[in-house]
Design a binder for this molecule. Structure first.
Ligand code: FMN
Length: 228
């Protein structure tokens, strides 16, 4: 399977969230080796969408000439698109959002009503085989009142995609937290294997993965005392 990871962390390969993404892909690779390409959003020259809609009328050619053409070509060739990003202000970081806005050329101006009574633009590129995943880490210990805006945006944009959200994710880069991060990464790897086998992840496994690794008050105390 061809997997494209859009890494939205400005920390690139040092990203806390990429620990989650790499463990998930390791799990997928246990079933069969995948062809994985990672693109760091901050490395790319992506102009902001003009909002001119030219691409939606002319078969998908954007007025900008920048790195987005290469990214769109990669998306079209892929079987699985993983958006891997840290939660920033309850959403995705700006460099990744700029890419997501520029996915517009894949759809036309035609609107259609979905089974759940909303409108979406019709596809003008064939991405029917493409599956989607969102993998998101964050700095607070709570998942509720935190991940919801990013989760809803992803669900509306990439309907049917799977979502992994992990709080307290700076711990993935803390060697002293290895006794709690390693078991969590093992669960995430298991989720990757499950996903490779069924394109699904069981609800019980997901809820374990998305829960805090240590009690939230303990985590908050550690963070609050770390810079004193
Ligand atoms: C500008 C900015 C905004 C952030 N907003 C949130 C937020 O809304 N909720 C949260 O829990 N963490 C927030 N964080 C913390 C990051 O999500 C956290 O540090 C994460 O582990 C970074 O992951 P990365 O290493 O993959 O970039 C924010 C961090 C920055 C720099």
């Amino acid at each position: 399977m061809k997997i494209l990871v859009l890494n939205g962390s400005p920390k690139k390969e040092k990203s806390d969230t990429m620990h989650i993404t790499n463990a998930f892909i390791d799990g997928m690779n246990e079933r069969a080796k995948n062809d994985v390409k990672v693109i760091c959003a901050v490395d790319k020259n992506i102009k902001h969408c003009n909002g001119c809609f030219t691409c939606m009328h002319n078969g998908g050619i954007c007025v900008h000439t920048d790195d987005m053409k290469e990214i769109l070509d990669e998306i079209i060739k892929s079987d699985l698109l993983i958006l891997s990003f840290p939660l920033y202000c309850y959403g995705m970081p700006a460099p990744l959002k700029a890419i997501v806005d520029r996915i517009l050329p894949l759809t036309s101006m035609q609107m259609e009503k979905t089974a759940d009574e909303r409108y979406v633009h019709s596809a003008q590129a064939d991405v029917s085989r493409l599956k989607f995943m969102m993998i998101c880490g964050c700095g607070f210990p709570n998942s509720k009142q935190n991940f919801e805006p990013a989760v809803l945006q992803f669900k509306l944009m990439f309907s049917g995609g799977k979502i992994i959200t992990v709080p307290e994710s700076p711990m993935f880069n803390a060697p002293e937290a290895i006794s709690v991060t390693q078991p969590r990464l093992a669960l995430i790897k298991r989720a990757g294997l499950e996903y490779a086998e069924s394109f699904d992840i069981s609800e019980s496994l997901l809820s374990e993965i998305c829960s805090p690794m240590i009690p939230e008050e303990v985590y908050a105390d550690i963070v609050n005392n770390s810079r004193k």
